[in-house]
Design a protein around this ligand. Structure first.
Ligand code: CDP
Length: 589
């Protein structure tokens, strides 16, 4: 593709200092000496122009590439829409790997295990994250045919993946992240659940146990279940479902890991079952993928759609949201063409299903601005309305692209093709990402999470600390609290403890609206996740945050409620239970 030169009259981005720091550290291109050689303007134009240039090959495209590049550029510099980090880092560069999410198969042979390890290293180097199911590996203690020796089991191989990730992160664009999954009926499941008992072990992994509806019923009925050898399906043991579940709950209470995923639910929504079975997700759990599949994500910042009407009332501009969704889908579909994939198998799989994951961020900020408490029925209803719109409009956009460029190659055999729905250009269109770094760049709350605090110190890369006060909170305080002394008391209180809790003189209205993750009950966290999941093709990244005093029973209740609410998986985090998280808190850029 020919590079489109930057027009002289481009608007300049206005970035807050935290966004600037993150861009300089990780996103802006550096020369051989490590000196930054592009400005944020250069970066956004590099991304916008190289993605828009893909339109040239589509005769029916209604867009002239430079005009589209300008449109993409404006969306990014205004913090309205951002593609996932690898696209920002690598678009228009020789590396050219633009997707954040990958799943690699780990078959049961030394050759194939070490192939997976090498492929993971290549993906981490380019800023992508990898998910693996280790369920196909023979259990510890099983015979090794070629040598007559004894197999060491999934855990021992996972340790190698963990160490390799540790080394790659020194030189890569960001620290590598992995998801490790094991089916609950694998004979090594107990060791897997206990894997993080020793502090620091498997620090480059998020772990999830793959559960099924059948297993949950066995837990509830107090039944036992069989463990199977993955090689031949022979029964290798039996466990009490409730005991396994209790251990899972106990370990999640202690360290946050393992989380759970409902593998049968995920496969029920697999749009291309003839292409294979889904056995794993990407590192943060929001993107279930087939083996060798990758997906690029993008997020629309909802807080930018809140507008004040003539009557002084703030509302969400859904008309504009609809227009932006169409542009975002075009952007993400172009990213698939622009991306260079680290393996031929991955390139083939991606181009066959053309999955994209459009989602939202800045949801909590939007609710703050609208004066709606996060844990209210109104917020759930609006969440559903907004996500339904993202789902419907992204499908409509994908259908329009299918007319312009043809459906995804596996369309005919997909669930859509078989039922006559579509045709679509993309097998999936929606995913809610954590937006750990994107939300810093856009200056908004992350994903659909409630704000962690109203002011906090963010530990960014290399131990550097950044202080942030929620801008919507500051704005609303300045609008509603007229007494200067009172204003100072409130802001000081928030600066000190990060929330309004126990703040003397805080007006009722502020207390009602400005709730933080710790003020929101676990049930409300899950209800929000379920509201967005209802209209999301892939999955929703959501951490249920709990105070340090939360009990194992609280966690058990969350896991059971997650099952009842129909979400695809869930992660809990009890304050203070982990010293260093793999991801999701903004330290992972
Ligand atoms: O905000 P950003 O685009 O950087 O990423 P995110 O939304 O926080 O995470 C989306 C996905 O990117 C994760 O689920 C991982 O697949 C990948 N990721 C990664 O590989 N390494 C990181 N340090 C952060 C994210």
């Amino acid at each position: 593709m020919t590079a489109i030169p930057a027009p002289a009259d481009l608007k300049q981005p206005t970035l807050n200092p935290n966004a600037e720091t993150v861009l300089v550290k990780r996103y802006l291109r550096k020369d051989e000496e490590g000196l930054v050689k592009e400005s944020p303007t250069d970066m956004f134009w590099r991304v916008a122009s190289s993605i828009a240039a893909e339109e040239e090959k589509y005769e029916k495209s209604p867009w002239e590439p430079e005009e589209l590049a300008r449109t993409f550029y404006d969306l990014m510099i205004e913090g309205v829409f951002l593609p996932n980090s690898p696209t920002l880092m690598n678009a228009g560069t020789p590396l050219g790997q633009l997707a954040a999410c990958f799943v690699l198969p780990v078959p049961d042979s030394i050759e194939e295990i070490f192939d997976a390890l090498k492929h993971a290293a290549l993906i981490h180097k380019s800023g992508g994250g990898t998910g693996f199911s280790f369920s196909r590996l023979r259990p510890a203690g099983a015979r090794v045919g070629t040598t007559g020796g004894i197999a060491s089991g999934p855990l021992s191989f996972m340790r190698i993946f963990n160490t390799a990730t540790e080394q790659i992160k020194q030189g890569g664009v960001r620290r590598g992240a992995n998801m490790g999954i094991l089916r609950v009926d694998h004979p090594d499941i107990i060791e897997f659940i206990r894997a993080k008992e020793t502090e620091g072990e498997f620090n480059n992994f998020n772990l999830s146990v793959a559960l099924t509806q059948e297993f949950m019923e066995q837990v509830e009925a107090g039944e036992s279940y069989d463990l199977f050898d993955p090689r031949d399906g022979r029964i290798r043991g039996r466990l009490e479902a409730a005991q396994v579940f209790d251990l899972l709950v106990n370990k999640a209470w202690a360290s946050g890991d393992p989380g759970i995923i409902f593998l049968d639910r995920i496969n029920r929504d697999n749009p291309t079952p003839t292409q294979g079975e889904i056995e794993a997700t990407n590192p943060c759990g929001e993107q279930p993928l087939l083996p060798y599949e990758a997906c690029n994500l993008g997020s629309i910042n909802l807080s930018r759609f809140v507008e004040i009407g003539d009557d002084g009332v703030r509302t969400l501009n859904t008309k504009r949201l609809g227009e932006i969704i169409h542009l975002a889908v075009r952007f993400l579909d172009d990213v698939i063409d622009a991306s260079i994939y680290p393996l031929d198998e991955i390139a083939d799989m991606v181009r066959t299903n053309r999955k994209i994951g459009l989602g939202v961020m800045g949801w909590a900020d939007a609710l703050y601005a609208l004066g709606i408490p996060y844990d209210s029925d109104e917020a759930l209803a609006l969440g559903k309305e907004v996500m339904k719109m993202v789902q419907d409009e992204s499908r409509a956009a994908s259908a329009a692209l299918a007319k312009e460029r043809g459906p995804f190659p596996a369309y005919e055999e997909s669930v859509f093709g078989r039922t006559g729905e579509g045709p679509y250009r993309n097998a999936t269109t929606t995913t809610i990402a954590p937006t750990g770094s994107l939300s810093i760049i856009a200056g908004c709350s992350s994903g659909i999470e409630p704000c962690f605090a109203l002011s906090f110190t963010r530990n960014v890369l290399d131990g550097e600390k950044l202080v942030e006060v929620n801008p919507v909170f500051e704005l609303v305080v300045s609008e509603t609290v007229t007494d200067e002394a009172e204003k100072i008391t409130i802001l000081d209180h928030v600066r000190r403890i990060g929330r309004l809790h126990n703040c003397p003189n805080a007006p009722e209205e502020l207390l009602r609206v400005f709730r933080t993750a710790m003020d929101v009950s676990a049930k409300s966290h899950l209800a929000m996740q379920a509201a967005f999941q209802k209209y999301t093709d892939n999955a929703v990244s959501k951490t249920v945050n709990l105070p340090n005093e939360a009990t194992e029973d609280d966690i058990r209740e969350i896991y059971l409620e997650a099952y009842r609410q129909g979400v695809k998986g869930v992660t809990v985090y009890r304050d203070g239970s982990k010293t260093g998280q793999v991801l999701c808190t903004g330290d992972g850029a």
